[in-house]
Write a protein that binds this ligand. Structure first.
Ligand SMILES: Nc1ncnc2c1ncn2[C@@H]1O[C@H](COP(=O)(O)OP(=O)(O)OP(=O)(O)O)[C@@H](O)[C@H]1O
Ligand SMILES: [Mg+2]
Length: 90
């Protein structure tokens, strides 16, 4: 499989990283590409841009168990109880 990965990073806050990723994801999709947007920012602004409130609350309920998030996938490694779990793209 030939997959292109584009990472957006900048030390400065509020310069438009999230907005750019959000719009580029839609633009690439409209061009016929299959796109996965991976939100690695704990603020989860990109996730909030794509998903409605109800879905966000399902993915991030109160407590520490959030298996369907990126954080949930790396939890087994952080807790030294297993390998990275399979992601659940929404
Ligand atoms: N091209 C643009 N022109 C004007 N305003 C913009 C542009 N891109 C983003 N903004 C606005 O700037 C603000 C910050 O944008 P955004 O959240 O995308 O930045 P960010 O770099 O991801 O911030 P953070 O560092 O907090 O993650 C938002 O209010 C957004 O609507
Ligand atoms: Mg951002």
């Amino acid at each position: 499989m030939n997959t292109t990965i584009v990472a957006f990073f900048n030390n400065k806050g509020g310069v438009g990283k999230t907005s750019l990723v959000y719009h580029l994801a839609w633009m690439y999709k409209d061009l016929g590409l299959r796109v996965v947007a991976a939100d690695l920012d704990p603020q989860a602004n990109l996730t909030a841009a794509f998903l409605d409130e109800d879905r966000l609350e399902q993915l991030w309920p109160d407590g520490n168990h959030h298996p369907d998030t990126v954080f949930g996938c790396v939890q087994p490694l952080i807790r030294a109880i297993g390998d990275i779990a399979d992601p659940h793209p929404t």
